[in-house]
Ligand binder design. Structure first.
Ligand SMILES: Nc1nc2c(c(=O)[nH]1)N[C@H]1C(S)=C(S)[C@@H](COP(=O)(O)O)O[C@H]1N2
Ligand SMILES: [Mo]
Length: 261
């Protein structure tokens, strides 16, 4: 991934110098010298355009209308007591009085939110298509605070580069035994307007099967990035020292860390 990034950077830098040369060329022909600001400005303009064309990560995922919502949203992965610990199941049966969302790591104000506090945050609603890597898609409606709202409350430190999500379910790691499901995203996705922590699906509180009480929605990526049963969020500078070192349960098991669609 970093290789690709470096290549893009190099290309963008190259493009910037080309535009610089182009602007100077035009000045020779027209006879009125552009200011340094104009030269740099035009390069920056092209840079931004190029970046958008090549990366396009800030674009919104398509949103649908209530009529498009699938009658059945297939649950996948952990869905019940089979993968969730007894303490979680008991708390779920009681309406999650013990559950907390712990937000820490490279933040100025580490915070523990109760479910009521999360539900009281300003929320975004979105109806989107969920694409599982297995090849099926469903359309569902989600509601919850934007991740940016929470990150702005706790204040990211400048060293933070990724946001890691820890889940309540335990999974057998194919190579290293039992571990919790986890995921991570970079700051571009973390601050994307459609990246939310959903506590409602199709107008009702999340069911256990769909990740109660809180699950991530990152609408520009595949289903496995949408961590369910999230109870802890950590801002980090790197993730090679977490679990298998690849930034997510599925990445540790061979899937791509960045699952953009
Ligand atoms: N904690 C956790 N999150 C998870 C999974 C899981 O098993 N555990 N499965 C992932 C996969 S592969 C998909 S497709 C979606 C499924 O979400 P759903 O059960 O609401 O359909 O959740 C993702 N998030
Ligand atoms: Mo999936």
């Amino acid at each position: 991934m970093s290789d690709k990034f470096l290549t893009r950077r190099r290309l963008l830098t190259g493009a910037a110098s080309l535009v610089g040369a182009g602007a100077l060329g035009a000045w020779y022909r027209l006879g009125s010298p552009p200011s340094l600001g104009e030269i740099l400005g035009s390069a920056e303009h092209l840079n931004r355009g190029l970046q958008q064309a090549m990366i396009g990560r800030e674009a919104l995922a398509r949103e649908y209308s209530p009529a498009d919502v699938s009658p059945y949203f297939k649950p996948n992965g952990t869905q019940d007591a089979g993968g969730l610990p007894p303490e979680y199941m008991e708390d779920a049966e009681n309406g999650f009085p013990e559950w907390r969302l712990e937000v820490g790591g490279l933040v100025a104000r580490p915070t523990r939110f109760t479910l009521a506090e999360v539900r009281a945050l300003p929320a975004r609603s979105q109806i989107t298509r969920h694409d599982c890597v297995e090849g099926w898609s469903v359309i569902g409606g989600w509601r919850g605070p934007q991740l940016s709202t929470i990150l702005n409350r706790v204040g990211l430190l400048p060293e933070a580069r990724y946001i890691v999500f820890y889940c309540a379910d335990e999974f057998p790691f194919y190579f290293s035994g039992l571990s919790s499901y986890y995921e991570s995203i970079d700051l571009l996705d973390a601050f994307h307007p459609q990246t939310i922590l959903a506590h409602e699906m199709n107008g009702a509180p999340l069911t256990i099967a769909h990740g109660a009480p809180l699950r991530l929605r990152v609408e520009r990526q595949l289903g496995y990035k949408m961590a369910k049963f999230v109870h802890r969020i950590e801002a980090v500078a790197r993730f090679d020292d977490i679990h298998g070192g690849n930034g997510s349960y599925w990445a540790d098991n061979g899937y791509a860390w960045y699952a953009g669609i």
